[in-house]
Design a protein around this ligand. Structure first.
Ligand SMILES: [Zn+2]
Length: 294
């Protein structure tokens, strides 16, 4: 890894240890809104409105350089489709980086929201800007995954689909640990009456958000995802929805503690779709990534 730039990413340290990983083997991080390389924007999306595709392409190249291996990026469409990377990469020699990168490149147009692998020579990305990126680690069986679970993906249970795809590759749910990444929080995610009601009906066991800070009913996506993971057989103590080192790092970089680091709308270091639609500040317009490096 390119250590100087890597240090600028928001590394998930303490939660990862609890995921059962050997120190410094599997790594997990979130990309900040500012580029670790030149300080410009670090938007990784080709499709967010107003995106400068050349800049995003450059940012993805930089990210690969920083991570030190090819990264699999999907075209996320709020589906429950999970891609098995090992099928895509079948026959590609381990550590043949350029061939790997070549075979991964077309996946940026492949419509899917989850991906799984047993390989340790690729990194998995899940993009987000209010939706929830989730990482899946089964160190014992050597199977890994990521997904993008927004409201629609959560309603369709994409995380359950990822666990099923991991099982099909030999993972055991009781060995899987998950990290629920930053997303718009229940206090900020106002949805209107109908969506909130349907959501409450679908997830009767999680607390209802009667009033967000904007005054209307909302939903708690993170709590729903945790419920789905438990339903899929992931033990409760293996489901992590926080990380001390991430919070500390966000507080240090912003010089503030008056926001929730895990909420994309509140954390100024992360892209937020809702923030962009509220403010139309172009700086808020983009996607960050959760990157799992098995
Ligand atoms: Zn919030």
């Amino acid at each position: 890894m390119a250590d100087r730039h890597f240090a600028e990413l928001l590394e998930i340290g303490s939660a990862l240890k609890e995921l059962g990983s050997e120190p410094n083997r599997t790594r997990l991080f979130i990309t900040p809104i500012d580029s670790p390389v030149d300080g410009g924007d670090f938007n990784l999306s080709f499709r967010a409105a107003g995106t400068d595709a050349d800049r995003s392409r450059k940012n993805r190249r930089w990210l690969r350089f920083i991570v030190g291996r090819p990264i699999s990026c999907l075209h996320q469409v709020h589906s429950v489709r999970v891609l098995d990377l090992d099928q895509v990469l079948e026959g590609t020699a381990f550590k043949d980086e350029d061939t790997l990168a070549e075979r991964l490149a077309p996946l940026q147009d492949e419509e899917a929201d989850g991906q799984v692998t047993g390989r340790r020579d690729v990194a998995l990305a899940a993009f987000s800007a209010d939706c929830t990126p989730v990482a899946f680690v089964d160190e014992q069986d050597g199977i890994f995954g990521t997904c993008h679970s927004g409201r629609r993906g959560t309603e369709q249970n994409i995380v359950g689909a990822v666990v099923a795809a991991m099982r099909a590759k030999g993972a055991h749910p009781e060995n899987i640990s998950c990290w629920i990444g930053p997303h718009i929080c229940g206090n900020c995610y106002e949805t209107g009456e109908k969506i909130a009601k349907d959501f409450a009906r679908q997830f009767p066991d999680i607390p209802r958000i009667a009033t967000t800070r904007f005054g209307g009913p909302g939903i708690d996506i993170g709590a729903a995802i945790a419920a789905e993971l438990r339903q899929a057989g992931v033990p409760m103590e293996h489901i992590h929805a926080s990380d001390d080192s991430f919070v500390r790092e966000c507080n240090e970089r912003t010089g503030r503690t008056d926001f929730m680091a895990f909420c994309t709308l509140e954390n100024p270091l992360l892209y937020s779709y809702r923030e962009y639609t509220l403010t139309h500040r172009s700086r808020c317009n983009g996607r960050f990534a959760l990157v799992l490096v098995p």
